[in-house]
Design a protein around this ligand. Structure first.
Ligand SMILES: *Cc1c(COP(=O)(O)O)cnc(C)c1O
Length: 407
């Protein structure tokens, strides 16, 4: 079960002077000993030759190999952001007038890209309930070029049944594209049948909230197509990751397994406690979660159910007051994003999902009292629980009598 981590740990790259980390490729361009090799490299025919760092660089290839090991794919490309990865994949797969079947609960930026930006190319997207497999199958037309979803969705934590979705995709001969940003290691999307797996490395994989980066894990053919100098979306849009960042992310990835386990352990603890206290908690690790079984059936058990949970405190005013109080109690930061050592919280309806119109937010169950938490690596989570509970009592979100703990 520890396969993905073992595979990552087996990857050893030594530095130029025998260093324990690979040397960083500090160059945008590369010399050739012969002019013929340069021509062949442009044509994509020489392995191990570097052309220009927008195409690839040794540092980016090392990180790519680690990401391919994470997902168990043949290959992986890295990008300057998660959106750089997502937009490249979509533009690579779609021509004008094409169609996408996408989950309606996806990252706000991805939603905006599909809904607004792709209009320029007359590419239409049907935003559907990804947990309803009949609707997914019935939404596919002769113009559909992919099924798109998040393994665990943002921010409502719906879980996609990747095996079943992959079957539908296969029947229609189209790829299943899965954004696995919320559940690295916990869910091996490609092993379950996804053809293309995308990550925003900005979140858990880098884990230090100090840069933006992204990745596409897929077949070698698709990864090379994205890099093609003549018609590769990754190459031509130019959202290339800088080698210095790439090297830093690879080093952080070495501790991913430990971090994910701790994020999961802490989140399960808080979610279970708060649920017992009668609060409205959504966490896939709880039996009450509507996709608990789906997650359980496809997870790599030892990494847990991930570090994201939501809590509905009833109104935006209460959510804002609670978040400000938690921040002043040093429980975490009122900030978007996720996967940091410190807990991060935000109200998605007015932040990360504000691209989604109000009516649609309501329809998908995104209420304005909803707070999304990315739970941190707190050493004493019991203490965190007590301080959070004290804040909620002070704000009248919960009353003292209903609490089990001695707060
Ligand atoms: C953050 C995020 C993205 C976008 O990634 P960036 O690195 O910010 O471009 C895409 N998908 C999900 C699920 C995310 O959380």
């Amino acid at each position: 079960m520890s396969q993905p981590t073992d595979k990552i740990q087996k990857l050893q790259y030594f530095g130029e002077f025998g260093g324990v980390n690979p040397s960083i490729s500090d160059s945008s361009t590369y010399t050739f000993l012969s002019a013929k090799t340069m021509f062949d490299t442009f044509e994509g025919n020489t392995e191990g030759c570097y052309l220009y760092s927008r195409h690839s660089s040794p540092s980016n290839l090392y990180l790519g190999e680690a990401l391919a090991a994470l997902e168990g794919t043949e290959s992986a490309n890295v990008y300057a952001s998660g959106m750089g990865a997502i937009s490249s994949v979509i533009m690579q797969l779609c021509d004008s007038d094409d169609h996408i079947v996408s989950s309606r609960t996806i990252y706000g930026g991805t939603y905006a890209f599909m809904k607004n930006f792709l209009k320029k190319f007359k590419i239409n997207t049907s935003f559907i309930d990804i947990t309803n497999l009949d609707i997914v199958a019935n939404s596919i037309t002769s113009k559909t070029k992919m099924i798109y979803c998040e393994a665990v969705s943002n921010p409502l934590l719906e879980v996609a049944d990747i095996k079943e979705l992959a079957k539908i995709a296969k029947q229609h001969n189209i790829p299943l594209v899965v954004d696995n940003t919320f559940s690295p290691l916990s869910i091996s999307a490609a092993k379950l049948g996804a053809d293309i797996v995308i990550h925003s490395l900005t979140k858990f994989i880098n884990g230090t909230s100090d840069c933006v980066a992204g990745a596409v894990c897929a077949s070698t053919d698709f990864c090379l197509a994205l890099k093609d100098v003549n018609d590769g979306a990754g190459m031509l849009f130019g959202s290339t990751l800088d080698s210095l960042r790439s090297a830093a992310i690879l080093k952080n990835m070495r501790t991913l397994h430990i971090r994910i386990k701790k994020h999961s352990e802490n989140t399960l603890y808080l979610a279970s406690k708060f649920e017992k206290d009668g609060l409205k908690i959504v966490y896939p690790g709880l039996q009450s979660h509507k996709s608990h079984t789906t997650f359980k059936n496809q997870m790599n058990t030892e990494y847990g159910f991930g570090g994201l949970m939501t809590l509905d405190v009833g109104s935006l005013d209460k959510a804002n007051a609670f978040m400000e109080m938690m921040q002043s109690e040093s429980l975490g930061y009122l900030a978007v994003s996720l996967g940091f050592y410190k807990t991060l919280f935000s109200a998605p309806g007015t932040s990360t999902s504000s691209e989604i119109p109000m009516e649609e937010q309501e329809e998908m169950g995104l209420s304005d009292g909803l707070i999304r938490f990315s739970i941190g690596l707190d050493n004493d989570i019991e203490k965190t629980y007590i301080v959070m509970t004290k804040c909620m009592i002070a704000l009248g979100i919960i009353n003292k009598e209903s609490i089990l703990a001695e707060v």
